[in-house]
Design a protein around this ligand. Structure first.
Ligand SMILES: Cc1cc2nc3c(=O)[nH]c(=O)nc-3n(C[C@H](O)[C@H](O)[C@H](O)COP(=O)(O)O)c2cc1C
Length: 206
């Protein structure tokens, strides 16, 4: 499996874990030719709370958030359906929603596509494209668990924001990368962001 169109759709919502979105975008802009980004209103507040970066929705410079230029990231208006991901006719390699709030997960699970982000997710499911949700909440009530089951049954992949520690991450970025690298892997990206378990040891004949 490998990426075909080199186009990725990314949704960022108001769950905790803005660092996951930031790390995913930083890696993805080097891998994909084009990234179609949509952010919920609440996502901006969480970024400001967690990362101390106040982003103006109207004059939002992606590069200021990422600390790096990103000419291939298109920030779309979450209310504008006259954009490629709103239609199944637009071909891309998949959509990642990171972090994914319980609200957004619930809306997608129940077919309530009331903005571009949820509409784009809906399109992925109907077109049988990769849709990866990276939800963050704890604990999960029964309704949340049922929504996750519905999503998985509809073809989505649920990849909880549960970072792995066995790579011995040395900072928050490396820790967040254990999650986002797995999402990229699920899309078919061959990456070296997080090492493969025991591969080095085998290569060195241990
Ligand atoms: C700092 C902060 C952290 C939050 N963390 C979470 C979270 O981890 N998971 C979650 O489902 N909602 C969380 N919320 C609540 C969501 O932002 C809220 O439910 C919002 O309506 C989600 O809208 P959206 O899905 O359109 O972004 C958080 C809110 C704030 C302000």
């Amino acid at each position: 499996m490998s990426i075909k169109y080199k186009k990725l759709v990314v949704g960022v919502t108001g769950a905790s874990g803005a660092i996951y979105a930031q790390r995913l975008l930083l890696h993805s802009k080097e891998i994909f030719n084009e990234i179609f980004l949509m952010m919920s209103r609440q996502a901006y507040q969480v970024i400001e709370t967690e990362q101390g970066i106040r982003l103006d929705k109207e004059h939002f410079e992606i590069s200021r958030w990422l600390g790096s230029s990103a000419p291939n990231i298109h920030l779309l208006d979450d209310n504008n359906y006259f954009t490629p991901p709103a239609s199944g006719s637009f071909r891309h390699d998949g959509m990642i929603i990171v972090p994914c709030s319980m609200g957004t997960a619930g809306r997608i699970a129940n077919g309530i596509s009331n903005d571009l982000l949820t509409r784009s997710a809906d399109v992925c499911l109907k077109e049988q494209r990769k849709l990866i949700l990276i939800p963050r909440e704890m604990p999960w009530n029964v309704m949340m668990l049922q929504n996750m089951t519905k999503l998985a049954q509809s073809g989505a992949t649920i990849l909880p924001a549960s970072p792995a520690w066995y790579h011995k991450p040395e900072n928050f970025n490396e820790l967040a990368d254990t999650v986002v690298s797995r999402a990229l892997q699920l899309l078919g990206v061959d990456h070296n962001i997080t090492p493969q378990w025991m591969q080095e040891e085998v290569n060195h004949g241990k």
